[in-house]
Ligand binder design. Structure first.
Ligand code: THG
Length: 265
């Protein structure tokens, strides 16, 4: 499972103020803590700032990469902000995200064409949010065609079918899960990724719901996730679900994590 640490996100109050006051130590600590707890990428998001987002994102990329030897997942709906982050990034960043919305992909495709960047392909189009698994597959297919036509390798594409709250419509969870299964079985070499926490919006015990949903998504083939690596129960859940779904040869990863006391409930 490829883990993208979600904590450096300006929707969190402490992070927004660290960005505003240029508190390098706070950002460095968040990057280090997530790296030490199993993150492979560090998500950086300054989307709550109406002005200066590109400059904030560039600063975040610099501070994260000074602190840890990991690539960033550059998270913005604004192609200009993504570009600013990429300018200072070392190694192959993950671009979060390209969608089928015309304005968004027209600006981003030239940035990713023929590169080794990982690209999150978000299942959103100009007709809005997807509802069914079929909505998601259609958008995913169009995005895959677009990206591969521009020489992005299948193995570098992470489809995000977009998690929607089950409190708004009880079919949203199962439609998302069906989409993961179809995408993973139809497109050879592709990856799937998601941010889980939307699923529990408007309900109590959100962490518990997110953890349960993660195990269900792993059973369908999800192989990357944007989550809080400091959530021990979530990380244990990932290890358990991968072993139980037959994605951990001889349960070696589960056993090693247990021995190294990284599997604590
Ligand atoms: N897909 C993709 N990228 C994404 C998302 C996605 N990036 C952003 C988001 N969704 C995933 N990242 C976060 C980061 C922080 C929090 C949730 C998701 C978070 N939530 C607080 C909590 O859970 O305690 C609540 C914050 C609040 O409501 O104010 O910290 O789906 N490609």
């Amino acid at each position: 499972m490829i883990i993208v640490g979600e904590l450096i996100n300006s929707s969190r109050k402490a992070v927004a103020s660290a960005i505003e006051t240029r508190d390098e130590d706070a950002i460095r600590k968040l990057a280090k803590d997530q790296a030490e707890n199993g993150a492979h990428y560090i998500d950086v998001n300054a989307g709550s700032f109406k002005t200066g987002e590109p400059e904030h994102l560039r600063w975040l990329v610099e501070k994260v990469q000074e602190a840890v030897d990991l690539p960033c997942c550059i998270d913005s709906p604004n192609p200009r902000a993504i570009e600013a982050g990429l300018m200072v990034h070392r190694g192959a960043a993950m671009i979060n995200s390209v969608s089928l919305e015309k304005r968004r992909h027209e600006d981003l495709i030239p940035l990713v064409a023929g590169t080794d960047f990982k690209v999150i392909a978000l299942c959103m189009s100009d007709s809005g949010m997807p509802r069914t698994a079929d909505d998601r597959i259609r958008t995913a297919e169009a995005l895959l065609n677009l990206l591969t036509k521009h020489r992005v390798k299948m193995d570098h594409i992470y489809v995000d079918p977009l998690v929607q709250p089950v409190a708004a419509d009880q079919t949203f969870g199962r439609e998302f899960l069906a989409a993961i299964e179809k995408i993973m079985s139809h497109f050879e070499g592709i990856h799937t990724i998601c941010g889980l926490s939307n699923v529990s919006f408007g309900l109590p015990l959100r962490k518990f719901l997110n953890q349960t949903f993660m195990a269900m998504a792993i059973a369908k083939g999800l192989d990357a996730a944007i989550l809080d690596p400091l959530d021990k129960r979530m990380m244990a859940n990932v290890l358990a679900a991968e072993a139980l779904a037959g994605r951990d040869r001889f349960c070696m990863n589960f056993l090693r994590s247990y021995r190294e006391k990284r599997l604590q409930l």
